[in-house]
Ligand binder design. Structure first.
Ligand code: BEZ
Ligand code: FE
Length: 259
């Protein structure tokens, strides 16, 4: 690559990072003696990724975990996790205790998710908001699948005066990367599986605090040890309990860094 003297720090950073990444790709093309037919197939596949609108999916499955881990190194409070491509801002605003918007016959087992939002010392952050979203018991996200209604299993839940929350929802199913699109086709061509373990997503916000984007997983669940998106962290893996009335329960205390 030809280089000219950088004119500003942004240009310098762009040149350094991009030249390094492109250099690694070129080295690997040599290492694997990639042929012209393979190059043409990869080029056509990359074009199909764009045409199918799958860039967010592809990037969030295979690369977001690295960026998230780097960002988490600068965090003392609760661990973060990837956002993924299915967050939608503007979900209904509810107050704890809350039941997530759902269909009258919402499939799945009822889950009562409780916990607190606090600062690094555990002092409650009253008025904090848990912006939560999840797949349903079939693994479908509202607004990304035709079945669930617009805000199904999505809400901004304001905590109580002790920073506590109680959110009634359903146990999500594992999520399967769509098989029919170019991302799914590549995964199949490589002989990998298409699955993420069941998880809850959340963005936790409080005034004066750094927003936490995270996910919570369920111990012993399918694919917890082999997430296609490489995003599971042990400290984000919860035991699913059982309440006296048979409903499932899970508990987690969020600790937010200063802004
Ligand atoms: C998810 O969390 O659902 C997800 C993350 C990355 C890619 C696809 C889905
Ligand atoms: Fe997800």
């Amino acid at each position: 690559m030809t280089t000219t003297a950088p004119v500003n720090p942004t240009q310098q950073r762009t040149a350094e990072v991009v030249a390094d990444i492109f250099g690694v790709i070129n080295e690997r093309l040599v290492r694997h003696s990639v042929t012209y037919p393979e190059y043409q197939a990869a080029k056509a596949w990359l074009i199909r990724i764009g045409e199918a609108g799958e860039w967010p999916l592809l990037l969030d499955v295979f690369f977001e975990h690295t960026i998230e881990k780097l960002a988490s190194e600068r965090r003392e409070g609760s661990s973060g996790c990837i956002e993924g491509p299915y967050y939608v801002p503007g979900a209904p605003e509810l107050s704890s205790p809350a039941t997530l918007p759902q269909r009258p016959d919402e499939p799945g087992d009822v889950l009562v998710f409780t916990g607190t939002v606090g600062d690094l010392d555990g002092n409650p952050l009253a008025g904090s908001v848990v912006d939560i979203w999840q797949a349903d018991a079939h693994g479908f996200y509202s607004q990304f699948h035709p079945d669930p209604p617009q805000w199904n299993l999505r809400a901004n839940v304001t905590t109580d005066e002790r920073g506590g929350f109680e959110i009634t929802t359903v146990v999500p199913a594992p999520y399967e990367i769509p098989k029919e699109g170019p991302t799914g086709q590549m995964i199949r061509a490589a002989g990998w599986h298409h699955w993420r373990p069941a998880h809850l997503h959340m963005m936790v916000r409080a005034p004066g605090r750094r927003t936490l984007t995270s996910q919570l997983f369920f111990a012993g669940g399918k694919y917890v040890d082999e997430d296609i998106a490489s995003a599971v962290k042990p400290e984000l893996t919860l035991e699913l309990g059982r309440l006296g009335d048979g409903r499932y329960s899970a508990e987690y205390d969020f600790r937010l860094d200063p802004a």
